[in-house]
Design a protein around this ligand. Structure first.
Ligand code: ZN
Length: 198
């Protein structure tokens, strides 16, 4: 029988994406054996994240400052805005270092199945940013899934009438492709070949 502490940690870890109860137990054992090295490091890293990270109220990115480093970076093109589903997508695109504008994180995708409605996503805030002016291009960088594309079309409709160019990632993206699983070359290509929404 494992102690209550070990059981609690195992349960917490087993809720992480990609980890089930079995891998969580193995991770706990691994950490206990490396108490002085890996466990202490992990604890410090978790504390750092928990204490210092905040959500950017402008774009939805996660950083140590609000507004985030990307939003306040003067070298970034203020006129281009890239809309992504999740923070993981923002990080994936930014790693590819091809997009020089700023971002807007929706916090998910529209889904009839999961009951995700437009008001559950950061769409009103996006419309507000665009209607404030100063933006020439909105790049819709949704995943190449049915729900991602439905979301892209919905946003394109909502942005109709604003003086902005609406583009989307080129369809070299594999169908069903989640942005943060793509290699940087593929992402960069999809971004470079982005085309008008239609
Ligand atoms: Zn930001």
């Amino acid at each position: 029988m494992a102690s209550q502490e070990i059981e609690t940690l195992t349960q917490a870890l087993s809720r992480l994406p990609g980890l089930g109860p079995r891998s969580a137990r193995r991770a706990v054992l691994w950490l206990i054996k490396r108490r002085e090295t890996a466990l202490v490091q992990l604890l410090a890293a978790l504390e750092g994240v928990s204490e210092r990270l905040v959500e950017c109220q402008t774009c939805g990115n996660v950083d140590t400052t609000d507004p985030c480093g990307i939003c306040v970076d003067p070298r970034r093109d203020q006129r281009a805005l890239c809309v992504v589903e999740d923070v993981a997508d923002l990080w994936a695109l930014d790693r590819a270092r091809l997009f020089t504008g700023r971002y807007h994180v929706l916090g998910g995708r529209l889904s009839a199945l999961e009951g995700v409605r437009p008001e559950d996503l950061s769409i009103a805030a996006l419309i507000e940013r665009v209607s404030a002016g100063g933006i020439d291009e909105v790049v819709l960088a949704m995943n190449a899934t049915l729900e991602g594309q439905t979301t892209a079309h919905y946003i394109a409709e909502r942005l109709e009438g604003f003086p902005v160019r609406i583009t989307q990632l080129a369809h070299g993206l594999p169908v069903g492709g989640e942005l943060d699983y793509l290699d940087e070359g593929t992402l960069a290509q999809a971004l470079r070949a982005r085309r008008p929404m239609g």
